[in-house]
Design a protein around this ligand. Sequence first.
Ligand SMILES: Nc1ncnc2c1ncn2[C@@H]1O[C@H](COP(=O)(O)OP(=O)(O)O)[C@@H](O)[C@H]1O
Ligand SMILES: [Mg+2]
Length: 325
Amino acid sequence: MPAIETRELRKTYVSHKKAPGIAGGIKSLFSREKSYVDAVCGIDLKIEQGELVGFLGPNGAGKTTTLKMLSGILYPTSGYASVLGYTPSERKADMLRRISLVMGNKMQLWWDLPAWDSFIVLKEMYEVEESKFRRRVDKLIEALQLTDKVNTQVRKLSLGERMKCELVAALLHSPQIVFLDEPTIGLDVVSQKRIRDFLKELHDEDNCTILLTSHYMQDVQELCDRVVVIDHGRTIFEGTLDTLTQEFSDVRRIRLSFSAPIDANDLSRYGTIIGEVSDSAVIEVERANTASATGAMLQFLPVSDLAIEEIEVEEVIRKLFSQGR
Ligand SMILES: Nc1ncnc2c1ncn2[C@@H]1O[C@H](COP(=O)(O)OP(=O)(O)O)[C@@H](O)[C@H]1O
Ligand SMILES: [Mg+2]
């Protein structure tokens, strides 16, 4: 049984239309004209136990909505969802004890209390045994370098420290499935890296299943074996990052070094020059022409070194999302 499985999962948000102004507000109390947003339009997922999958897509693609349905916060409009064999919307206590949802832009810790107090409440809530709790919390706090922070009021912590405390809170009960919605958003690069490394360790040690959304390609590149890309509530790609770059970029980059100065005009006939031409240069060529362009340059230009590179994932994703699909 896969850890997470969905078929034709859909969510349409329904809200009541409101004409502008106070009169409109009053009118909307009486008229029941509705508006619909199809946030998730039939997503099929199959994620095996222990996988770490990146869930990508532009803003508004339906990622958060999907994660909320999977963790039982939102009721799907239609379709099938199974998480560890449970139907998430039933919110069975047994399921809730085995999953966790972390949202980078929404806190569950009490603002005015030290994080430690929240941890204790969560321990009771999840009925984590004292000795197990001790071991777990010590390990998490140490891994996230929070030892001298957990007794400080949460409101006084930096954003990165707060996020790390959120992670501890979300992981205290050793969930088998962790949904991470933008866990590094807005953080400084050092905190991002710490969290990334921590997630890697967590995944290795707990062998938990992780579904991660992030705007930072570095998170995805370093952590995810596989990605699912959605747009407008539909899956547009599923596979490895390498395959994503191959499928969605029709160009490749050739990095060249020259043993003698060359003229940019002599190079531009083989492809599009990226940046400056000096004793080295980078050009972009159509994927299908890579071999012929490479051959010709080796023959006609004083090439001393040459490397063919795929376009960066980040660029592929950016291009993908700027095509206005
Ligand atoms: N509570 C809501 N009511 C109405 N529309 C919503 C609500 N939440 C999200 N949406 C809409 O649903 C779509 C998907 O949103 P979301 O799941 O948050 O996307 P993502 O997380 O990929 O940015 C967007 O068009 C968004 O505006
Ligand atoms: Mg979101």
